[in-house]
Each structure stands twice: as structure tokens, then as C-alpha cells.
Design a protein around this ligand. Structure first.
Ligand code: PHE
Length: 456
């Protein structure tokens, strides 16, 4: 039974536009800001290896499942889950999967916006020549000055949130295509330039070795690597699902998913290859935490030919990459409000934006006046700040849990004919997907969870 639905929010004009939009969602602060610092905190090589395995065996199958569910349901993730559960004569409680995603997106955006604010402020710092000839200590001081000032963080957070909501209220399709087609290749080019600069530091091979030589990792490290695979591919919360709901029937989902995952992974690895040589060349600490790129890249900009211009361009592109991700974080909630409350996109965006902005205050303060206030949850983590707690709960728990249920729904709950209708363009690829999403992906997620809490 496949009753054809259409999305009330419109449709992508081509498969390429969908791939670009989804890549815009995937590539963001996760690749350039988060991947390097959590790799540094978790010891490098093995962490990267586990992350790559998670992309291939957990991320890709779940991405295909999410696109498929979205395209069949054609609505916000909550209503998509209600509709699909009904189609398959299953329990309507599957809607809670959609709700968990909406909440995860809201929580993630609340801190994402604060970090994107840092990137925005760095456009001006670099442009004003603050980093010319800067030392490692100097770059560190400039960063610390910024984050210890709640007023400034608040101002940048507010600016980013307002800008995001203006775009969201106009609809995700307007403008996204042009922005992504132009800016993604530029960002890519600049990262390559930074990697080339990194080869001149004399520490390039140290960086490469750190990234790719396996060492040790514990259960928590594995959980963080898996959580990051979800975070960086925008999976487990409905962002890719809602983008899939704007996709028309006749495109191959598998191919699209492979392109998105590939682009995302290459960007993250390039970022790592640019940053770690600078870290080692300047005697910095790989585990410096969330400030890592802000403490390292300015050193490169401060010493390379034309560095001020390159730096301004780099942080501007980072801001755009963050934007195209932020839009997708909030789109499930906005689409839901439009569908169920009959409000305009503008209204929906203003309400959701205001709530997210308020939640973001916690993150703003966790880098200064609340930096000593920490939270512990038995078996999961100890002494994390408000920001770290949000990040941990969303990326390492909510997204993998969401992904697990998406896999279960697509592989076990939905009838096989339904999945086949969407994915069987390439029969071989379909069989591989079906096997992974039934047996490998869900088991892998559960094993990683159990290992992280020390149960196995
Ligand atoms: N993938 C985005 C990034 O790497 C973040 C994101 C997570 C976006 C979840 C949407 C959903 O920056």
C-alpha cells in the first residue's frame, strides 16, 4: 500500500539540491570545531578509526533509513512517524521518536548558536589584524578574553540566532541552494590551503601520526566517537528526515547518502590535518577542549602570507557552514508547528528561536560565571559544565538512541515491501543496506552503549 503524499512545505527542485542541502546540514561546526577537539581529547588515532567505522556501518545505513522514512512520510518527523506507523498498522507511539528528535535539535541548537557566535566574532578579530604575528600565548589570551565575557558571548549568540531564524522563516529552500553550491567548495578550498600551510610547520607528520596511528581507547571514548558520527552526519533527530520529506520519489537514496557522508568525512579529516600540525608546532595541548581551533588557526593566519584575508574568509565560511546546519536543526520543530498549529513559518521560527535563545544562556554562562558549576550523572559522566552536559546528552545519548529506533523502525517494523519501494533502485545496494540496518547497526549501537556504562 503506497498512498502518495505530497509535502505542504514544497519540494527540492532536483536531487543535486537535496544532496547540497543535506551536505550543508552535515558539514558544520561538527567537522571543523568539534571533530578536532574531541579527537585531541580522546587521544587521536583509535578514536578517528572508530569514528570512521561508525560512519560506514552505523551512519550510512541510518542516513538511508532516515531519508527513506522522510520521503515516505512527507511531513515533519513527528507527523511522519505518526503517518508511517499508521500505514504499517503499528503503534502510534512511534511519534515519540519524532518528539525526541525535536527536543534534541532544540538543545543542540541552543549551544551550537553560542559556538557559531565565537566564529562570527573571530571574523572581526582576524579582520582587525589582532592575530598578525600572534604567539600561541597571545592567541590563547584572546580566546580566553572572549569566552570569559558573558556580555560579548550573549551578543554574538543573539546575532547568530536572529540571523538563523530570519532564514528559517523564509523557508529552507530559498537561498540554501545558492549558498551551498558556492560556499561549500570555497570552504573546501580554504581547508586545503590550511593543510598546505600545515605542511610548512615542520610538524605535519606529527599531526598525521596523531590522527592515524592507533593507540588505546576506552568505552567512553568509543561512545563519543559513535555519538560524533551521528552528530556530524546530522542523524538521529530528524534533520535528514525532514530534508528527505522534501525529496521527490525518483531519486536514488543510497547514492545521495554516500555523497553526503563522503563530503562530510573529507571536510573533518582536512580540518584535523590542518589543525594538529599547528598544535604540535606550537607546543599546544591536543586536549585543550572546545577552544582548540580558536587557539590554533589564528596562529596560522597570523603568520602566513595574506593571512588576514584568508582568516576572514575562513571564519566567514565557517559561519555559513554553521548556518546551513543550524537551519536543519530547527526545521523539524518549525515544520511541526506549521503543520499542527496552523501558524505561519515566521511565527513558528520566532517562537522556536526565542526558546532556543533562552536555553542558550546556560551555555553562554558555562564558559564564565558558571564555569565551576558542574553536573554528574552516575554511570554516564562526571563533573561536566552545563555546555558539556548538553553536548554529551544530545550527541552521545539522544542521537544514537534516535538512530537506533530509526533503524529498528525501518528494518523491523516497516514491511519489507515498503522499504523496497523506496530503496530498491540498486538491488545489490539494497541487500547490503537491509543486512546492515537489521543486524549490524542496531547491535553495534547497543554494544557501544553497554560498553560505555561498563556493563560489558
Ligand atoms: N551535522 C552538524 C555539524 O556537524 C550538526 C547537526 C547535528 C546538524 C544534528 C543537524 C542535526 O555541524
Amino acid at each position: 500500500m503506497s498512498e502518495k503524499r505530497t509535502s505542504i512545505h514544497g519540494q527540492w527542485t532536483s536531487r543535486t539540491v537535496f544532496i547540497l542541502a543535506a551536505t550543508g546540514s552535515a558539514v558544520g561546526l561538527g567537522n571543523i570545531w568539534k571533530f578536532p577537539y574531541i579527537t585531541g581529547e580522546n587521544g587521536g588515532g583509535t578514536f578517528v578509526l572508530v569514528y570512521l567505522l561508525c560512519i560506514a556501518f552505523i551512519g550510512l545505513p541510518i542516513m538511508m533509513a532516515e531519508i527513506m522514512l522522510g520521503r515516505r512520510g512527507k511531513q515533519s518527523p513527528i507527523n511522519t512517524m505518526i503517518a508511517l506507523a499508521k500505514d504499517e498498522h503499528r503503534n502510534p507511539n512511534w511519534k515519540w521518536l519524532g518528539w525526541m528528535g525535536v527536543i534534541a535539535g532544540f538543545l543542540i541548537l541552543s549551544y551550537y548558536s553560542v559556538i557559531a557566535g565565537w566564529a562570527t566574532s573571530y571574523i572581526f578579530r582576524t579582520g582587525g589584524g589582532m592575530f598578525v604575528g600572534v604567539t600561541a600565548d597571545g592567541a590563547n589570551r584572546i580566546f580566553t578574553d572572549l569566552v570569559s565575557d558573558p556580555e560579548r558571548l550573549l551578543a554574538w549568540h543573539t546575532i547568530f540566532m536572529v540571523m538563523t531564524m530570519i532564514i528559517v522563516s523564509r523557508g529552507v529552500k530559498n537561498g540554501l541552494e545558492k549558498a551551498v553550491t558556492l560556499l561549500m567548495p570555497l570552504l573546501f578550498g580554504l581547508l586545503v590551503l590550511l593543510v598546505i600551510y600545515a605542511t610548512t610547520t615542520g610538524y605535519f607528520m606529527d599531526g598525521i601520526r596523531f590522527l592515524f596511528t592507533p593507540g588505546t581507547i576506552d568505552g567512553k571514548g568509543i561512545l563519543i566517537a559513535m555519538g560524533h558520527a551521528f552528530f556530524t552526519l546530522s542523524l538521529g533527530m530528524g534533520a535528514i528526515m525532514v530534508y528527505g520529506s522534501y525529496l521527490s520519489e525518483d531519486y536514488s537514496i543510497a547514492q545521495a547518502a554516500i555523497w553526503i557522508a563522503l563530503a562530510d568525512t573529507v571536510v573533518a579529516l582536512l580540518a584535523g590535518m590542518a589543525i594538529f600540525p599547528i598544535v604540535f608546532a606550537n607546543g599546544l595541548e591536543p586536549g585543550a577542549g572546545p577552544g582548540l581551533i580558536f587557539q590554533t588557526l589564528p596562529i596560522a593566519f597570523g603568520h602566513m602570507e595574506g593571512g588576514t584575508l584568508v582568516g576572514v574568509l575562513f571564519f566567514t565560511l565557517l559561519l555559513f557552514a554553521a548556518w546551513t546546519s543550524a537551519i536543519s536543526l530547527i526545521e523539524p520543530a518549525v515544520a511541526y508547528l506549521v503543520e499542527n498549529r496552523g501558524v505561519s513559518r515566521i511565527h513558528a521560527a520566532v517562537w522556536v528561536g526565542a526558546a532556543t535563545w533562552t536555553m542558550g544562556l546556560g551555555t553562554v554562562f558555562s564558559f564564565n560565571i558558571w564555569q565551576d558549576k558542574t553536573i554528574s550523572i552516575p554511570f554516564l559522566f562526571e563533573n561536566l559544565t552545563f555546555f558539556d552536559t548538553l553536548d554529551y546528552l544530545t550527541a552521545n545519548i539522544m542521537l544514537p538512541l534516535g538512530g537506533l529506533f530509526i533503524a529498528i523502525f525501518a528494518a523491523w517494523v516497516m514491511r519489507e515491501e515498503s522499504a523496497k519501494e523506496e530503496l530498491a533502485t540498486y538491488p545489490k545496494m539494497y541487500s547490503v543496506w537491509r543486512f546492515l540496518v537489521r543486524y549490524i547497526t542496531p547491535v553495534a549501537v547497543i554494544v557501544v552503549f553497554l560498553k560505555a556504562v561498563g556493563a560489558i
